[in-house]
Design a protein around this ligand. Sequence first.
Ligand SMILES: [Zn+2]
Length: 295
Amino acid sequence: MPELPEVETLRRDLSRSLIGRRFVRVDRRLPKVFVTPTGLDAQELVAKTVLALRRRAKFLIFDLSDELALVFHLRLAGQLVHRAADGATLAEGGHPVPAFGAPLPHKSTHLVFHFDDASTLYLTDIRQFGRVWLLPSEAVDPFLARARLGPEPLDPEFTVDILAERLARRPRAPLKPLLLDQTFLGGVGNIYADEIIFASRLGPGTRAGEVDRAGIERLHSAIRSVLEFAVREGVAQVLNGKVLPGRDFPRVHGRAGQPCPTCTAPIVKSRFGGRGTYTCPCCQPSADDARSSHA
Ligand SMILES: [Zn+2]
């Protein structure tokens, strides 16, 4: 699933290729993907210019001319690729299937945006859960507010004290599902949750109320450092639950049986809260609540 680093990287790359471009046509190949909750017509996009791209948690927002906005959520498997008129890729990101560089449109390409320079933006999604909302600008903030998103982890306002306060409100909650809960913290998904918990030397089943102040400081620092690293150095490359060979990152997720980068004990895969979860049995407390399947 595209998480904060994937969406942020995409935002930066698409900002370079899309700002200033004007829409000339929209092909809605799978109409349900393109949502117009306030009754706007998709044709309203024609002749509008992309002014800015911003991100909130895993939402990517295009601010357009004439007080319009497009809000994207890639959900489990959405992918965006922007190609120039000659077919060269200008920007790409999101889910790695179909492979980047594959001919487009793919049979799972559900939306195609055509621009004034004859470039094309493709939304492809093999699972069909991704969505794009066309909204008046003034409707964007209320729309995002309805998602009740937690703090933005890379925002300076997200301090150790804020994290401590939020953990204290949910003392019985185990850490991993808490990190995945978008109302607790915006933008973290399954891959980075494993990486953050590993870097904190806590366990996926550690209850929020059991983490002491030093643990909260480690957790806060890990949230920042793991996400910043991924945004800066390139996002996690994981395909079908396995890290692509030749990469050091992610360090534990997708590495069942491989040596822990800290202590060399084999990384264990279990199921926790229904999600594939990777931990080091030596560096991290055992998750008593995790039903280990070693699948
Ligand atoms: Zn270890």
